[in-house]
Design a protein around this ligand. Structure first.
Ligand code: SF4
Length: 363
C-alpha cells in the first residue's frame, strides 16, 4: 500500500495500544501462513573492505593473521560440497567493498590470473553452478552496471543493504569513514540491478543514530525503486547490535518497539515483498516479528563449529520450526530466488533450469 512520509513518521512514533493495532494491521497483510527460510552456506571470499563502518563486525585488517585475504577456490568448493551433503541450496558469497584495491588482495588475484574481485567471483559462481546443486547469491557491496551484468549470468539473485538513505550519516561515526555507504551510490546499484532484472535483497539498519524521518525516507526510496523495477524480493529490517571493540560500542541499541514499529511499516508499505528480521540478532524476541507480518527467517547455514555430523539435526532449523509453529504459522524452505522470479525474464536458461528443478523438489 502507499503511505505518505508523514504517515510513516506517525506510525514509527506510535505508542501504547495503537502499537497493537499497527501489529494487527501489518500481520493482516501476510498472504498466507508460511514463514520461509533458505538452507545456505555463507562464504566470505575476502574479509578485506575499503570502508570503516562504525558498526562493522565483518571486515578485518589485511595485516591481521586471521583475515581471509582471498579464499582459495578449492576451499570454496570443499565448503560447497559439505553444504551439499546437508542439502543446502544457496551459496551466499560475500566480500568487502573494493577489496581488490588492497595490495595483498590484488597480489592474490594476480597470482590466480584475475584482475579484480568481480572476475574471481564470476569464476567461483560459475564453478558452483557447474559442480554443485547450489544456487549462487552474491553480496559484495556497491557495483558498476557492467559488474552486475556479468554476475547476473551466474547468480540467481544478489543483494546490497541500503542501510540508510541519509546523507547526514556520512558525517557521523556510522559512515564517516565509509565512502561506499553514500546512499546515492547504493541506490544507483539497486536501481541498476532493477534495470538488469536481478532478483534483489536489500534492507535498512535501525539504531545507527538515524531519525524516524530518515527511516521513512529510506523505506520510501526502496519503494520508489520497487515500483519502477519490481525486482526486490525481500527487505531486511536489521537492528544495530553493540559489540565490544567496534567504534560504536557505546551506541544504544534500538528498542524492541522501534523494531516492531519499523517492521510493521515495512510490511504495510511492501505487501508484495518478503520481510525479514534476522533471527540471530533477535534471539529472545524473534516471534514478535512474526506478529508484525515478517515472513522470512533468512539463511540457515550448516558450516559452523556447531555442525560436525551431517546426519545430526540442525538445531537452528528445529528451533525456527518450534518458534514458527508456536505462532500458528508454517515453516517452509525456499531458494535464494523467490518463486515469482523463476522465469525467463530474470534468469538465463541454465539458471532457470536449475532453479526450476530445485523449486519443484521443494514444492
Ligand atoms: S561495508 Fe562496512 S559493514 Fe560492510 S564489510 Fe565494509 S566496513 Fe564492514
Amino acid at each position: 500500500m502507499d503511505l505518505k512520509k508523514e504517515e510513516i513518521i506517525d506510525l514509527l512514533n506510535i505508542k501504547q495500544a495503537n502499537i497493537n493495532s499497527l501489529m494487527i494491521k501489518a500481520n493482516s497483510k501476510r498472504e498466507n501462513d508460511i514463514i520461509t527460510y533458505s538452507k545456505n552456506v555463507f562464504i566470505p571470499l575476502t574479509e578485506i573492505c575499503r570502508n570503516y563502518c562504525g558498526y562493522c563486525t565483518f571486515k578485518k585488517d589485511p595485516n591481521d593473521k586471521t583475515a581471509i585475504i582471498l579464499k582459495e577456490k578449492n576451499e570454496v568448493i570443499e565448503d560447497l560440497k559439505i553444504a551439499e551433503k546437508y542439502n543446502c541450496k544457496e551459496a551466499l558469497f560475500t566480500f568487502g567493498e573494493e577489496a581488490d584495491h588492497e595490495k595483498k588482495v590484488k597480489e592474490e588475484l594476480t597470482k590466480k590470473g584475475f584482475s579484480n574481485m568481480i572476475e574471481y567471483t564470476y569464476d567461483i559462481c560459475e564453478s558452483t553452478i557447474a559442480k554443485t546443486n547450489l544456487l549462487p547469491h552474491t553480496n559484495g557491496g556497491i557495483m558498476e552496471y557492467s559488474d552486475l551484468k556479468l554476475l547476473k549470468e551466474v547468480n540467481v539473485s544478489m543483494g546490497l543493504m541500503l542501510e540508510s538513505s541519509s546523507k547526514r550519516l556520512m558525517n557521523t561515526i556510522a559512515h564517516k569513514n565509509s565512502p561506499g555507504k553514500d546512499p546515492d551510490l547504493r541506490l544507483e546499484t539497486i536501481a541498476n540491478a532493477g534495470k538488469l532484472k536481478i532478483p534483489y535483497t536489500t534492507g535498512i539498519l535501525i539504531g545507527i543514530d538515524e531519525t524516524k524521518e530518515e527511516i521513512a525516507d529510506s523505506l520510501l526510496e526502496i519503494k520508489k525503486l520497487q515500483n519502477k523495477y519490481g525486482h526486490i524480493q525481500e527487505i531486511i529490517i536489521q537492528n544495530f547490535k553493540s559489540k565490544p571493540g567496534i567504534p560504536m560500542e557505546n551506541q544504544k541499541e534500538p528498542s524492541l518497539l522501534d523494531m516492531v514499529r519499523t517492521t510493521c511499516v515495512a510490511k504495510l508499505l511492501f505487501d508484495d515483498v518478503s520481510i525479514q528480521v534476522p533471527p540471530n540478532l533477535n534471539y529472545e524476541t524473534n516471534q514478535v516479528f512474526l506478529l508484525c507480518g515478517a515472513d522470512d527467517w533468512g539463511g540457515v547455514s550448516p558450516i559452523s563449529k556447531d555442525y560436525v555430523n551431517p546426519e545430526a539435526p540442525w538445531p537452528e532449523i528445529d528451533h525456527l520450526q518450534d518458534l514458527t509453529t508456536d505462532a500458528g504459522l508454517r515453516l517452509k524452505e525456499r531458494l535464494a530466488i523467490y518463486p515469482k522470479y523463476i522465469n525467463n525474464s530474470y534468469l538465463n536458461d541454465n539458471l532457470l533450469n536449475k532453479s526450476s528443478s530445485l523449486e519443484n523438489k521443494l514444492s
